[in-house]
Design a protein around this ligand. Structure first.
Ligand code: NDP
Length: 328
């Protein structure tokens, strides 16, 4: 085929436009592997790109979508041959390199991870960057010495993608999970994922004190800003918090008190440029530490023509759990 379907973002002086359209093969960017995309997914960052709410896209026109799973069509890369099943998360896909909401992608073979044997392309995209980031966060907390006997874990933005997968993994590993949400009506959903306790988001949005009551040994924060500052101030002596998001803001109005008086660690998590060995370990762990049945309960499927509306919903905090996008 000389053209394929794709969600393309254009920018002009009049502003940004985004639509599902035909994209010409000859306009694909350089890469040593061409992939037939079978599934993608919707992350918060995809919503930011689609709405133009944050400057995620740095090349126009851009095919949106930061995550793909599919089959190699052609390759000049030594690791990949036609028919191989692959996953790609990040590396600038949908930001600086033409992205995943398309029937075809041409990418660098060095960016690809082999699809785990026990997963389908759809399963991998139900996990997506959100879920793989949750796994990276759990691995970072483990490297910091956390284990279930140390005490409970807080997960903020609990009903979102990273939050939902984080709860499921932590519960599977035996942690008691405290889920913080702005959607208390979703408490049954969060408990179904494995949360032992659900607290309201507003408990963590007041002006942060340097030190608060010690409530958790560690946690995963996707919200940033005053929420992360409060989470840090309520972390037990010697604990650790993995910070991976900014859904509530990019600032961090905290003090050094949790670090120097309680030995708390703040662990930064980046999925986009994460080195390959860590990615491969994360995908291996996702095969064993995330129950596929629980993943299925948090996942909804849409088609390419629903992506633009769903992108608007996710930045408004109206998407629960994970969304997979069936391509083609
Ligand atoms: P979702 O939109 O699925 O989840 C975000 C959740 O945060 C929402 O569901 C909501 O949870 C909560 N939330 C939203 N707005 C606010 C607000 N103003 N104040 C407090 N809480 C809020 O997004 P994802 O799970 O895909 O991503 C979460 C964050 O993690 C994003 O900031 C994203 O950019 C970041 N991220 C970072 C990665 C990295 O590599 N570091 C990789 C992947 C994601 P609830 O309704 O339960 O309160």
């Amino acid at each position: 085929m000389s053209t394929f379907k794709a969600i393309v973002i254009h920018k002009s002086e009049a502003g940004q436009t985004v639509r599902l359209t035909d994209f010409d093969n000859k306009d694909l960017m350089d890469g040593d592997v061409t992939v037939r995309v079978e599934y993608s997914t919707l992350n918060y960052k995809d919503g930011l790109a689609i709405t133009g709410k944050a400057p995620v896209v740095r090349r126009f026109p851009m095919i949106a979508g930061v995550d793909l799973a599919g089959t190699v069509e052609s390759s000049t890369h030594p690791n990949w041959k036609p028919g191989d099943k692959v996953i790609l998360n990040g590396w600038g896909l949908g930001e600086t390199h033409l992205g995943a909401y398309a029937e075809k992608a041409r990418v660098k073979g060095d960016w690809l991870v082999r699809l785990p044997a026990s997963m389908t392309a759809r399963d991998a995209m139900a996990v997506g960057t959100a879920g793989y980031t949750a796994m990276l966060a759990v691995m970072a907390l483990e490297r910091a010495g956390l284990e279930p006997s140390r005490g409970p874990m807080i997960v903020t933005g609990a009903a979102g993608g990273v939050g939902s997968v984080a709860i499921a993994i932590l519960a599977e590993l035996g942690y008691r999970v405290i889920a913080s949400t702005g959607r208390p009506e979703d408490a049954d959903y969060l408990k179904g994922l494995g949360a032992g306790e659900v607290i309201e988001r507003k408990e963590l949005t007041g002006p942060p004190r340097p030190l608060g009551k010690e409530r958790w040994a560690g946690g995963i924060d996707v919200v940033g800003s005053t929420t992360l500052a409060n989470v840090l101030s309520m972390t037990r002596y010697g604990g650790a918090i993995a910070a991976c998001g900014l859904a509530g803001g990019m600032d961090l109005p905290t003090s050094v008190a949790p670090f120097i008086l309680r030995g708390v660690s703040l662990l930064g998590i980046d999925s986009v440029m994460c080195p390959l060995p860590l990615r491969q370990e994360a995908w291996r762990r996702l095969e064993t530490d995330l129950d596929p049945a629980i993943l299925a309960t948090m996942t909804n499927e849409i088609g390419l023509d629903d992506v633009i509306a769903a992108g608007r919903s996710i930045v408004e905090g109206r998407v629960r759990g994970r969304i997979v996008v069936k391509i083609g």
